[in-house]
Design a protein around this ligand. Structure first.
Ligand SMILES: [Zn+2]
Length: 380
């Protein structure tokens, strides 16, 4: 089970995970052109004090420590936020006409496929949610998937197994829709349990060899009237490409916007960092931010930005845009953070190496980056 920890999953299977995301399996809300800026700017203006409740934060804190690969946590989180492309959501977006659940319609029933139905209450899933653990399935009615998740969390049910089973159901549902070979519904529970056991065995082995917790420099939130823009660069000399990742967050640690950009050659590390910093200033300016902290983990670049001695550096022209856009802010400061405090931007920069199109997400990041955002949030 080579992808049984967060890091293994990120490093070894990022290409596969991204492809999954791009197929639209997970995220419906992607913007792939600069015109998204206008929308983002409006969004920033309307966000006010941020919108994540204490309940949401606590809920995520329950999900995040699960020792299972990210893909399971991600799906659970997306399901709770009702951002999976269920048929009902696709109808809402006027992409399809009928919200009827494919599974039930085969059994001559006709129920709209919302998230709760797709993953839990569809009658065809009765053979998946069986046994002592899940016998509340027929007893308790839940208003939505998040309520179900909360119940599982609060009643001491194995949330990890729940997450794996939910993922298996969604994965099988997608394969069925695409006419791809997949297992039978009645086999899903056993397969999820096997996966869970395998992951636990693997974790046990890892924990036995792991050392004591290392000291980490964590991401910190900006002041309430300010935003923090983290940037990072990544390189692939094999593919002769560079990537830039940027994330804008408010004082709650909530993502306001993020972007990735691929560059068609492998620059020097410091050059990519400089270009990422420059893009970060531009992005914040386009979003109409007034006060912002531009934060990266290259000490050299941060020093240049702070001292404004761009002209003396070999990458001077790469920082030109900084002068161009910094004027639109009422306050702009530069900050250096250790790499551990800049994981979200790094994850995005690595993603940029695999995706050619300039991509902006509103109020969101890519699914493979989400765990890093949540880790920062949980540590605030
Ligand atoms: Zn159904």
């Amino acid at each position: 089970m080579e992808d049984a920890t967060v890091d293994y999953l990120m490093d070894n299977t990022i290409g596969k995970w991204d492809a999954e995301m791009l197929k639209g399996v997970l995220i419906p809300a992607e913007y792939t052109c600069k015109s998204g800026y206008k929308f983002l700017k409006d969004l920033v203006e309307n966000l006010g004090d941020g919108n994540q409740s204490e309940e949401d934060k606590n809920f995520w804190k329950g999900i995040w420590p699960m020792e299972i690969p990210n893909k399971y946590k991600n799906l659970l989180w997306r399901a709770c936020r009702n951002s999976l492309p269920t048929k009902q959501n696709l109808v809402r977006q006027t992409i399809i006409q009928s919200p009827s659940c494919d599974r039930c319609s085969l059994q001559a029933e006709d129920t709209a496929e919302d998230t709760l139905h797709a993953l839990w209450s569809c009658t065809s899933l009765n053979e998946v949610w069986v046994g002592d653990r899940w016998n509340f399935c027929s007893r308790i009615r839940f208003a939505d998937f998040k309520e179900l998740c909360n119940w599982v969390l609060e009643n001491g049910k194995p949330l990890e197994l729940f997450a794996i089973q939910v993922w298996s159901i969604w994965n099988q549902r997608n394969k069925l829709r695409l006419n791809q070979p997949c297992c039978l519904t009645k086999e899903l529970q056993k397969m999820a349990e096997d996966t869970w056991n395998e992951i636990r065995r693997h974790n046990l082995k890892l924990n036995r060899f792991s050392s004591s917790p290392t000291h980490q420099i964590l991401w910190t939130a900006p002041a309430p009237d300010s935003y923090k823009i983290n940037y990072a660069g990544a390189l692939s000399t094999t593919d002769n490409k560079s990537g830039i990742g940027i994330v804008v967050r408010d004082y709650h640690g909530e993502v306001i916007a993020s972007l990735i950009q691929q560059l068609d050659q492998a620059y020097q590390p410091v050059e990519v960092e400089a270009m990422a910093a420059s893009k970060a200033v531009e992005f914040g300016s386009e979003l109409g931010l007034q006060r912002a902290i531009i934060e990266g983990d290259s000490a050299v670049v941060v020093k240049s930005l702070t001292s404004k001695e761009f002209g003396l550096t070999p990458y001077a022209q790469l920082l030109n845009d900084v002068s161009l856009f910094s004027g639109s802010y009422s306050q702009l400061t530069y900050s250096h953070v250790k790499r551990d405090g800049n994981k979200v931007a790094h994850s995005l920069a690595r993603l940029a190496l695999t995706i050619q199109s300039f991509t902006v997400w509103m109020e969101d990041v890519s699914s493979c980056t989400l765990p890093f955002v949540q880790a920062d949030l949980a540590a605030l």
